[in-house]
Design a protein around this ligand. Structure first.
Ligand SMILES: [Zn+2]
Length: 87
């Protein structure tokens, strides 16, 4: 059984990780931002993805898994500063 988009969101795992088998590029998709029906399967969403590097000729992406995204709400959406040593 393939997980549904809604199920992933409820589970707190909106980070969808996919791999392009052609160029080995790993991409992350935020399921909260995709314009898909929540009852749709995550696997079906993967079929609609296109590798930015390979373009339309890219092979079908492989679904690596779901994971929780870093909490962008608390960080304000910006990049965190690296903890550079002081002194
Ligand atoms: Zn690719």
């Amino acid at each position: 059984m393939s997980p549904l988009i809604r199920g992933a969101l409820i589970a707190g795992m909106p980070g969808l990780e996919v791999l392009c088998p052609a160029c080995q590029t790993v991409g992350a998709v935020d399921l909260r931002r995709v314009d898909r029906h929540p009852e749709g399967a995550v696997a079906a969403l993967v079929l609609g993805l296109t590798c930015a590097r390979c373009g339309p000729a890219a092979p079908m992406p492989r679904l690596l898994g779901l994971h929780a995204l870093p909490s962008a709400r608390r960080s304000g959406g910006g990049l965190r500063e690296p903890s550079a040593p002081v002194g």
